[in-house]
Design a protein around this ligand. Structure first.
Ligand SMILES: NC(=O)c1ccc[n+]([C@@H]2O[C@H](COP(=O)([O-])OP(=O)(O)OC[C@H]3O[C@@H](n4cnc5c(N)ncnc54)[C@H](OP(=O)(O)O)[C@@H]3O)[C@@H](O)[C@H]2O)c1
Length: 450
């Protein structure tokens, strides 16, 4: 086995695998701690020691809870791409552009294996980076980029390699799952629970990447690429976050026998690939509905394997460092798998299908004036677009007998449809929103089997 991790079995070779770590934050410092604490376990499994020899971060004086004595410190992370004393570059800085992208590109161009936890980078530039890695004949691995401690990438790309997967996805953002669980359990509003999550360190000061669904979409795009054997264009993933979820929706969902989860879902269809992230109603008895708090879940489904679900911690220093170290063990052993599970030769990115092609069951919540004829008006619009109703809920006082009452109080009206094309729902909702009895924008949440 060569020291560069390019292949071959370890055999009797006990040359350590020397790694350079760029970024010593949650994941980087966690990795250094894990490699030190589990030194002999890792060496046993890797067939040789894995040692950190060089590091890079911004602030040399910051206390990271790890001893950096004896390690080469690079002020410029890019220097790791050419440091002669390292065999593998581990990129744990983050961001789809900037230094992270430059470092990974330079390392691959220099023929260095790369391990990264950077989902944004892989989701957006994975196709081009995979081609670079393949050209250089070196591994590019990113187990930690999807669902932290859950070995999702290995499961989908290797464990299920023989099956034709039709569906992959899951609960891919712990912050959103924490917020929605707390909203459901306490009945509190989104903004309230978000503020609490920020105070507890479960949400960033700027939470938009998480609560607007972007982080989950990065992970979904990667999972979809692995499941379907070709990268999915990130810009084509349909993304909705959780800001618009009202505590009322969680209450109605419960009454209807559902929970609301932010799911990432990619599906193989005859006419293309669906890739989408949005809140979903899932039956409360479905395994995924039981995954609460900061936990993540990855689901996959294939004709031979059936449906499976893996659950675990999707973030945090321990789970994420475990995933990064697993990649390093593979490299130390020379276990190399093509980035997207097959050669990138002739592989082009695939665009996901547009939202108008979705075909789902829908939950609708309208805020309507409580007066006669409103339900008839709403259902007439749905009928015009061929949307049939499965059930309906209305609470509040009995409808007034006097249709002339202009200031009739508002009540929520909840409708659940049978499966229908989203293009029809979009048009029907625009007309429903314009009805005089409907106040504000209707809420629409898709329903998934789980
Ligand atoms: N946190 C998680 O649970 C988790 C889970 C899965 C994947 N990830 C991914 O792992 C990566 C790292 O995340 P993290 O949470 O560890 O981030 P973090 O705690 O913010 O750490 C980022 C590190 O990068 C360093 N850095 C920033 N700019 C730099 C530059 N220009 N040159 C050199 N170093 C620079 C910082 O240095 P200073 O410390 O000196 O400021 C810091 O050590 C990201 O891609 C993230 O998406 C994180």
């Amino acid at each position: 086995m060569s020291a560069d991790g390019k292949g071959g079995q370890a055999g009797g070779d006990i040359t350590p695998l020397r790694i350079g770590v760029a970024g010593l934050g949650t994941v980087g410092a966690g990795l250094v701690k894990l490699l030190r604490a589990n030194e002999s376990i890792v060496a046993d499994r890797a067939g040789r020691p894995i040692v950190v020899t060089a590091v890079a971060a911004r602030d040399r004086t910051r206390d990271r809870g790890i001893d950096l004595a004896g390690l080469t410190w690079h002020d410029d992370a890019l220097a790791l791409a050419h440091d002669p004393d390292i065999d593998v570059v581990v990129e744990l800085i983050g961001g789809a552009e900037g230094i992270a992208r430059r470092l990974v590109t330079a390392a691959l161009q220099a023929g260095r294996p790369v391990v990264t936890a950077n989902k944004a980078l892989v989701a957006i530039h994975g196709a081009e980076l995979a081609a670079l890695a393949e050209r250089a004949g070196v591994p590019l691995t990113f187990e930690a980029a999807v669902a932290g401690g859950i070995p999702a990438i290995k499961a989908v790309r290797e464990g299920l390699a023989a099956d034709r997967l039709v569906r992959v996805g899951g609960i891919l953002n712990g912050t959103c799952n924490y917020i929605m669980t707390a909203m459901r359990e306490s009945g509190r509003a989104f903004a309230d629970v978000l503020a609490e999550a920020q105070a507890l360190g479960y949400a960033e000061a700027d939470p938009s990447t998480d609560v607007d669904g972007i982080d989950a979409a990065h992970k979904l795009a990667i999972l979809a690429g692995l499941a379907f054997g070709r990268p999915v264009a990130f810009s084509s993933v349909h993304v909705e976050g959780i800001r618009a979820i009202d505590a009322l929706d969680l209450t109605f969902a419960r009454e209807l026998g559902y929970r609301i989860k932010l799911l990432g879902l990619a599906r193989r269809r005859e006419d293309g690939i669906e890739a989408r992230v949005h809140p979903c109603l899932v039956p409360e008895r479905a395994p995924i509905a039981q995954v609460d708090g900061v936990f993540n879940a990855v689901v996959a489904e294939g004709a031979f394997v059936g449906r499976l679900m893996l659950e675990g911690r999707g973030a945090g220093e321990g789970p994420t460092a475990t995933a990064v170290a697993a990649d390093l063990i593979d490299i130390a052993r020379g276990n190399a798998v093509p980035v997207w599970g097959r050669s990138t030769d002739g592989l082009t990115q695939v665009e996901a299908l547009p939202r108008t092609a979705f075909n789902e069951e829908y939950y609708l919540r309208l805020n309507v004036h409580d007066r006669p004829g409103v339900i008839a008006d709403v259902t007439a619009v749905l009928r015009d677009y061929g949307v049939s109703l499965r059930s309906m809920l209305q609470h509040g006082r009995a409808a007034s007998d006097d249709p002339t009452v202009a200031d009739a109080p508002s009540v929520p009206l909840v409708l659940v449809t049978h499966r229908t094309r989203e293009s029809a729902m979009i048009e029907a909702l625009a007309r429903i929103a314009a009805l005089p009895a409907v106040i504000g924008d209707p809420a629409m949440i898709r329903i998934e089997a789980g």
